[in-house]
Design a protein around this ligand. Structure first.
Ligand code: DGT
Length: 218
């Protein structure tokens, strides 16, 4: 199948909670010619010159959230500013969800001090004002925290073993605040997909929405 439905190049960001099914979405569309897929740089976060910052953040969030989010912000900026090679780029998450979903949650939950939060926010605002961080469509996989938890348990990623349902609920709320209630600006139209179907049924949901997604419309 080919992706050449649109004549302008577009960037689609796939957003949703941990375990919401973003990788399944990207793997599905990666098979389409003309689409480049950029997965989230989790492996880079796990090995910053030998330091596993993802594990540090989960083991002691008060101590490590700021360092971790600083690096996440850098790696996301790197991806956003990479030259696009195909007509359609699909990327897992964005610099926006790192800030509006994760940083907000860490600050609200007391895992990040006001000063740390303000420093990250100043960096974030500077980036948006001075760098080209283009997104044309956000696909929001809206998946209930309970379903996310089951999927996280099934995949057994070492760092995520102790993620409690409360944390997934809080992250669900920050995604909803941003993408449904528009508490923060959305950089592009939002297409909401129900992520609660079993994974084998998700492919039909993706296909039903293929046309809109490839045209960058919600
Ligand atoms: P999927 O395919 O929907 O199951 O996606 P995941 O869960 O593989 O990908 P994602 O982005 O939801 O999360 C990967 C891991 O990295 C997960 O443990 C949460 C963490 N993570 C991702 N971005 C951030 C961030 O900005 N801050 C924090 N604290 N954690 C993050």
């Amino acid at each position: 199948m080919t992706a050449l439905h649109s004549s302008r190049s577009i960037t689609v960001a796939i957003e949703g909670n941990i375990g919401s099914g973003k990788t399944t979405f990207l793997d599905h569309f990666a098979k389409t010619k003309g689409i480049e897929v950029i997965q989230e740089p989790v492996d880079m976060w796990r090995n910053v010159r030998g330091h596993n910052t993802l594990a540090l953040m989960y083991s002691d969030p008060k101590r490590w959230s700021f360092a971790f989010q600083s690096y996440v912000q850098l790696t996301m900026l790197d991806i956003h500013t990479r030259k696009q090679k195909s007509l359609i780029r699909m990327m897992e998450r964005s610099i926006y969800s790192a800030k509006y979903c994760f940083v907000e949650n860490m600050h609200e939950s007391g895992n990040m001090t006001d000063a740390e939060y303000v420093v990250l926010t100043e960096w974030f605002n500077w980036i948006l004002a001075n760098q080209k961080v283009q997104i044309d469509l956000i696909v929001y996989l809206k998946t209930s925290p309970e379903v996310c938890q089951q999927r996280i348990q099934q995949r057994c990623r070492e760092e995520e073993k102790a993620i409690p349902l409360d944390y997934l609920q809080a992250l669900h709320n920050t995604h909803e605040d941003w993408l449904t209630h528009k508490k923060f600006p959305t950089p592009a139209p939002v297409l909401v997909l129900d992520g609660d179907h079993k994974l084998s049924d998700m492919y039909s949901v993706f296909e039903e929405n293929r046309h809109k997604i490839l045209l960058g419309q919600n």
